[in-house]
Design a protein around this ligand. Structure first.
Ligand code: NAP
Ligand code: MG
Length: 485
């Protein structure tokens, strides 16, 4: 059994309490490794190491250029190890290897992007009405506590670590309990590429024991969280006590809207890609498919036929288009939504467990038609390959249904009418809107939600902003005393 170790203060370490937890391959249901079960004492060690590295030692002395170079070296190391990292990611998450390869390439690109951005953080001269020089300086926020989910394990780690390190912060990162392996593998790279000890700390364990103590720890200045809305609310409440900066990237129930004039082939293809990529375990999944009446019957027929043809298989097989879900817990949750959907709407494909697999957390890509937007399968995030197809009549009804959700992460609209498409773009309350596409994500462009999908933005220049404070500096150019009294 391989035992991976955490990274605290530059040391590869076990948990203080000596506990370990099993890590699974969801395609075989077998244990493939063990990770340290961190608790509050480990969080305390990691937070203090990150605090010390932020307050003293080499890191606060590094220039932006030096931080940029470290990030470039890290990106290069990840590219060199990409075959190994992709395989490890696939074994731990069940995602198809071809998708994992994209994830690892995106991970390296993210570190590169922020390596470049490190030297482009600019201050400001404020035009104050006095004989003075007024400046705004940008400074790192301090110690960042970063908590991430299991759907894109290493990529989510990069989205958190890269902007924070570029800004000059130090970090305590906690991967999801289901998928700690690639982050623990990467933990070995930081010293090799030249990061000082304590700048990056990676702890593994469960949310209550290893995540929650980060949120209340006095040495941590900011919490960056990606995960479910329920945990996000809990974090926001607990962060209030110490007025921590908080950014939240939560879930969604994103509408993928198809007008009758859309290119039919591209539309059906886009509906499938929008909801089934990565087994549907995507925060921006287009899980509500809104289809205009004139093409509705033809659309659901094509959707049913094509989703039945999706190739489920072993995650390491390059032909596989859908692997198992990440865990038993997630499998049971999705199976339950398949049953809920059967009560609420008309099942047109999937709806169960594929019979061809003796083992593994596989579920069939599932499509429900004639869904009413008030039902649970239209309102609750399933986070699996379950689509709810909702018919609509005309633009205003499409917009009303699209916005009738507590979430606001993403949306897509498909039409050949540019005027209509852009009216929908403006009317939908969501942080990301695609036109005639769904899901492409770029490190150069902002990512984050409206409404209960959270606040703050990751990626692009917006991403580094969340790790910066602004300091006003006023330099008096008058040599005389103030002379007030
Ligand atoms: P989750 O249960 O909310 O967990 C996310 C992370 O929070 C995990 O590391 C988890 O640890 C930790 N955690 C759990 N309870 C905590 C607590 N009380 N205090 C501090 N941390 C705690 O979500 P998940 O099941 O891993 O991921 C699925 C969710 O993430 C979906 O809702 C999805 O939409 C969302 N998501 C959003 C985005 C985005 O960019 N907006 C991206 C990906 C995923 P454990 O692993 O030990 O539970
Ligand atoms: Mg969880």
């Amino acid at each position: 059994m391989i035992r991976y170790r955490m990274l605290i203060d530059g040391q590869r370490t076990e948990a203080v309490g000596g506990g370990w937890f099993p890590v699974y391959d969801p395609s075989t249901e077998e244990i493939i490794a063990e990770a340290p079960k961190a608790g509050p004492a480990d969080v305390d060690r990691a937070a203090k190491a990150a605090r010390a590295a932020f307050d003293s030692g080499a890191w606060p002395q590094t220039t932006a250029q030096e931080r940029g170079r470290l990030l470039f070296r890290l990106a290069e190391k990840i590219r060199n190890e990409s075959a190994h990292l992709a395989e490890l990611e696939t074994r731990n998450t069940g995602k198809p290897i071809v998708e994992a390869e994209f994830d690892i390439a995106d991970t390296a690109t993210c570190f590169e992007y922020y390596g470049g951005l490190a030297t482009k953080v600019l201050g400001h001269v404020n035009p104050v009405p006095d004989n003075a020089l007024s400046l705004s300086l940008r400074e790192p926020v301090g110690v960042a506590g970063q908590i991430i989910p299991w759907n894109y394990p290493l990529l989510m780690a990069a989205w958190k670590l890269a902007p924070a390190l570029a800004a000059g912060c130090t970090c305590v990162l906690k991967p999801a309990e289901q998928t700690p392996l690639t982050a623990l593998e990467m933990a070995g790279y930081f010293e090799e590429v030249g990061f000082p000890a304590g700048v990056v700390n990676i702890i593994t364990g469960f949310g209550e024991e290893a995540g929650a103590p980060m949120v209340t720890h006095p040495a941590i200045d900011k919490i960056a969280f990606t995960g479910s809305a329920a945990v996000g609310k809990n974090i926001l409440r607990n962060a209030a006590e110490s007025i921590k900066r908080v950014t939240l990237e939560l879930g969604g129930k994103s509408p993928n809207i198809f007008f009758a004039d859309a290119d039919f082939e591209a539309a059906v293809d886009g509906a499938l890609f929008g909801v089934f990529i990565n087994q549907g375990e995507v925060c921006s999944a287009g899980s509500r498919i809104l289809v205009e009446r004139p093409i509705y019957s033809k659309f659901i027929e094509a959707l049913a036929e094509k989703s039945k043809a999706i190739r489920l298989g072993a995650p390491l097989d390059r032909e596989t288009k859908m692997g198992p879900l990440v865990s038993k817990e997630q499998y049971e949750r999705v199976r339950e939504y398949q049953e809920i959907g059967k009560q609420e709407a008309r099942l047109i494909s999937g709806g169960g467990r594929p019979s061809s697999f003796a083992k593994g957390y596989y579920v069939e890509p599932t499509v429900f038609a004639d869904v009413d937007n008030s039902t649970r399968i239209a309102r609750e995030e399933v986070f699996g390959p379950v689509a709810a197809v909702i018919p609509f009549e005309g633009e205003s009804e499409a917009i009303r249904i699209a916005n009738d959700t507590p979430y606001g992460l993403a949306a897509a609209v498909w039409s050949r009418d540019i005027f209509r498409a852009l009216r929908v773009v403006k009317s939908v309350r969501a942080g990301i809107v695609w036109v005639n596409h769904m899901q492409p994500t770029y490190v150069e462009a902002p990512w984050g939600g409206y409404k209960q999908s959270g606040f703050g933005r990751e990626l692009g220049p917006w991403g580094i902003e969340e790790y910066l404070e602004t300091k006003q500096v006023h330099i008096n150019l008058n040599e005389q005393p103030i002379g007030w009294y």
